[in-house]
Design a protein around this ligand. Sequence first.
Ligand code: ARG
Length: 263
Amino acid sequence: MFGPRRARQTAASVLAGAAAAATALLAAPTASAAPQPIVGGTATTTAAYPFVVQITDAAGSQFCGGTLVAAKKVVTAAHCMAGETTGSVRVVGGRTRLDGTDGTVSRVGRIWVNPDYRDATQGDDVAVLTLSTAMPYKPVSYVSSTQTNVYAAGTTARILGWGTTSENGTSANQLRTATVPVVSDSGCRSSYGADYVQSDMVCAGYSSGGVDTCQGDSGGPLLIGGVLAGITSWGEGCAEAGYPGVYTRLTTFSDQVTAQVDS
Ligand code: ARG
């Protein structure tokens, strides 16, 4: 039941997921009712966060987020690239709204997916895209492998994306953002048990729920102190009490990311 809800679901799997989520809600007396818009956030712009990019299909339909870490390099989630090829995806920078036509669209010349990746709940959920066209937007820096102190429990982290604004809801047309506290490893383990792979993941969210990333936010940034420190990966439902969002623990992968950024 702790499987990630993927951004690219078929209509049938969306319905199956909705039924499963309804069951989970009935089984969880502490689940918060009707979370608000990301869930619990506010609208923002790519002018405010120029390094946040949309990942779309060839037709321009957004299905994941990503983060520009160099003019031609985007960090995203490995699970976002499942079934994708360099020809099937585009990266859109500088476009605040999903229905906009502004900004810069780039093709992808190369997709690196962490070779150990199997499933988001098993960790290793990181990918780096090499763009065909340089993005004229300021990239953001990412954590180095030694900066593991950024994940101290209670630290404020910022999440961003165009994902759904409620569990089983519809996507936000405009980029949204919110802040959530980092959750301790023991807290995350009590929520997710063995699916929480401490070396590869970090949780963030309020114990009462209400604020979270959701479907379609995957691949997008978790910023701590203005630096990319995590990648939206998975969670049980969205914004449910007792189930924080799970993010890729980027310090574990920063050397691998650097190898891709430099290549
Ligand atoms: N797997 C989702 C996606 O592909 C992200 C889910 C995040 N869930 C959460 N509760 N924080 O967009």
